[in-house]
Write a protein that binds this ligand. Structure first.
Ligand code: NA7
Length: 317
């Protein structure tokens, strides 16, 4: 229904998830903002950019996903190149390195829209080589590049509570101030060396993935030794391991509810990339390597698009 008030799409998403966006007083940049990728993360991020008054043009490979954002006030671009051409700063948040390559180097891709002064911010979590190739190609055409992967999954994205890790052009980082304010609770500039933010993100997600894998194994073992998983979850919630991940993911396992907050296949990608990084610098990663196998098994069982908590299925198989 095209007569719906402009905020209704945002409200619907929020109500369905019981999301409470944090009220912030952001003064939006007058720069025109582009956003490529309306997946789980992109959806929340775009809603927060719109809510804080930014002018946003969106594009997504599956075009129908743009519809509710247009209802909420976004403009729609017909290709990544067109978005980059019509905007001052374009953000991208897509699944993996191969998606970023398609987006940047592909037909009607980002590169084709870059002209001197155009700014591009890569927020997907990808490998260092790909982000550096993208940065090189964009800056060779006079564009300005920043990498800015984020820590946090669906709910922090919807609530504007992400942690943004950035590296690359300092002025572009500063120019993103109001956007980062809208998207996150904290942003860190890690220097001009593109790759530093990806490295940090991979370490954070490697820790996250191993914690989740260990929780899954513990819950699976509880079942085998005749203990109540609910009791395990309660004891965990009362001790020093009481943190959002352990609390929410043990509930997901108890309720067998694996709707994706952070898709399992992305967690496995991040472990794989972290292992490659460890290889490069000869850092042994025994625990992460073992966890990676468990996630691979979960993917094989068909849980790639489920939440990471579905790794429990692999542990208990
Ligand atoms: P999702 O929910 O799996 O969404 C992935 C997005 O990436 C979605 O918009 C996809 O478009 C898009 N995508 C995937 N492949 C391509 C290609 N080849 N070209 C263009 N666009 C593509 O991921 P999340 O939002 O959870 O995560 C995004 C990133 O943040 C990821 O790196 C995480 O690790 C962190 P679709 O709608 O399928 O057409």
């Amino acid at each position: 229904n095209d007569d719906m008030p402009v905020t209704s799409a945002a409200t619907q998403i929020e109500e369905s998830l019981l999301i409470k966006p944090v009220m912030k007083s952001v003064i939006p940049t007058p720069s025109r903002i582009g956003f490529l990728g309306l997946g789980i993360m992109g959806q929340g991020m775009v809603m927060n950019l719109l809510r804080s008054g930014h002018e946003v043009t969106v594009w997504n490979r599956t075009i129908v996903k743009c519809r509710e954002f247009v209802k909420a006030g976004a403009l729609k671009g017909n290709s990544p190149a067109e978005v980059v051409q019509s905007c001052d700063i374009t953000f991208s948040c897509v699944s993996d390195s191969s998606a970023v390559k398609d987006l940047v180097f592909g037909n009607a891709g980002v590169l084709q829209g870059i002209s001197p002064g155009k700014c591009y911010v890569e927020m997907s979590t990808i490998d260092e080589d790909t982000v550096q190739d993208a940065a090189e190609a964009i800056t060779a055409r006079g564009g300005v590049f920043l990498e800015a992967p984020v820590v946090g999954s669906r709910v922090p994205a919807l609530e504007g509570q992400l942690v943004i890790l950035a590296a690359g052009d300092r002025k572009l980082y500063d120019d993103c101030y109001s956007c980062f304010e809208a998207l996150g609770k904290k942003s860190l500039y890690l220097g001009s060396d593109v790759g530093a933010a990806m490295r940090m993100k991979l370490i954070i997600n490697m820790i996250m993935g191993t914690v989740m894998a260990s929780l899954a194994e513990g819950m699976a073992m509880a079942e085998k030794v005749g203990l109540d998983q609910e009791d395990i979850a309660e004891v965990l919630s009362l001790g020093s391991l009481s943190c959002p991940t352990v609390i929410h993911k043990s509930q997901a396992i108890l309720n067998q509810k694996y709707d994706p907050h952070f898709p399992l296949q992305h967690q496995q990608k991040d472990l794989r990339l972290a292992l490659q990084l460890g290889d490069k610098v000869e850092q042994p990663l025994y625990v992460a390597a073992a966890a990676n196998e468990l996630y691979k098994k979960a993917r094989r069982l068909g849980y790639g698009e489920s939440d990471i908590s579905a790794v429990f299925r692999a542990a208990s198989a």
